[in-house]
Design a protein around this ligand. Structure first.
Ligand code: PYL
Length: 275
């Protein structure tokens, strides 16, 4: 997981309306529709659950500490999606106590390794990495119409890639996964519908669509695109080159936080059965 910096997120809240419209143009649905589709629900069906949840965001100082604007950006995204949400004044343990004292039914907390939205009543945990994989797979499926029988070249075998592989295969896609490290690929080798390949070129060459979940840049170049290529790219930094974005940006879905956080909310709202 790439640790986000203030400059990766400072523009998100003011551009949410515009980003939602971009997603609608690309996929036919906005942020909440994509998140709902990711958990196999309709956005309308999750609406009632929103009124029953109050989310407390607790800033965390552990490790490299607070990211300027992180908590407020998450609050902005969740509020845009219609959730009741607040940021605690206190951090860490005192922040958790403040959240519960103020009636939080769920807490959003992130350190350098883990970012979770936890339902305090059921104990259900929505993990950011898995949710990001799931959410971007849903966006790709909506953009494509269907992933049934399609091949997806997956670059990156970290937790986002793992969540993506689960969601893509559940939607009927064949996944060709590559990572420059052998260790994280181990758990993909036993997954139905997933083939581990030995180069990024091999993953892309045999695929209709691409899923970019690495922490590297320039993994997808302009000459990797053909007439029907679609790309889901949650990796930070963006793996698609600037030149390729200039030519094919309308076929790429990428963001640093929005789809992942929206999908975490959808997991929370749908409840236990979706984890
Ligand atoms: C959750 C994001 C998605 C991508 N990278 C993840 C990240 O940046 N994690 C670190 C989050 C640290 C937050 C900090 C705070 O401000 O509370 N502890």
């Amino acid at each position: 997981m790439t640790r986000l910096a203030e400059q990766d997120i400072c523009y998100i809240v003011e551009r949410l309306e515009r980003y939602d419209k971009i997603l609608r143009d690309k996929t036919g649905g906005g942020l909440m529709d994509i998140a709902a589709f990711a958990v196999d629900a309709a956005a309308a069906d999750l609406r009632a659950a929103k009124a029953k949840q109050k989310i407390g965001i607790v800033p965390v100082t552990a490790g490299q500490g607070i990211i300027g604007g992180f908590s407020d950006t998450v609050r902005g995204i969740l509020a845009f999606l219609g959730a009741q949400v607040f940021v605690t004044k206190a951090t860490d343990v005192a922040g958790l106590a403040e959240a519960t004292a103020n009636g939080a039914t769920a807490v959003f907390i992130a350190d350098d390794q883990t970012c979770s939205l936890i339902d305090l009543r059921t104990g259900q945990v929505a993990d950011n990495s898995l949710s990001t994989g799931k959410g971007f797979a849903a966006a790709l499926a909506m953009q494509a119409g269907s992933l049934q029988g399609k091949s997806v070249g997956l670059l990156g075998a970290g937790p986002v890639g793992y969540g993506a592989a689960q969601a893509l295969t559940a939607r009927g896609a064949h996944v060709y996964v590559y990572d420059c490290q052998a260790e994280p690929l181990r758990k993909f080798s036993s997954m139905d519908g997933v083939a581990v390949v030995d180069s990024a070129a091999a993953a892309l060459a045999q695929s209709d669509y691409y899923f970019e979940a690495t922490t590297a840049s320039a993994t997808i170049q302009v000459n990797d695109f053909c007439a029907t290529t679609l790309v889901a790219a949650p990796g930070v930094p963006l793996g698609v080159t600037a030149e390729a974005m200039k030519c094919y940006g309308s076929r790429v879905i990428s963001d640093t936080l929005e789809i992942g956080v929206a999908t975490m909310l959808a997991v929370l709202l749908k409840g236990k059965q979706t984890t």
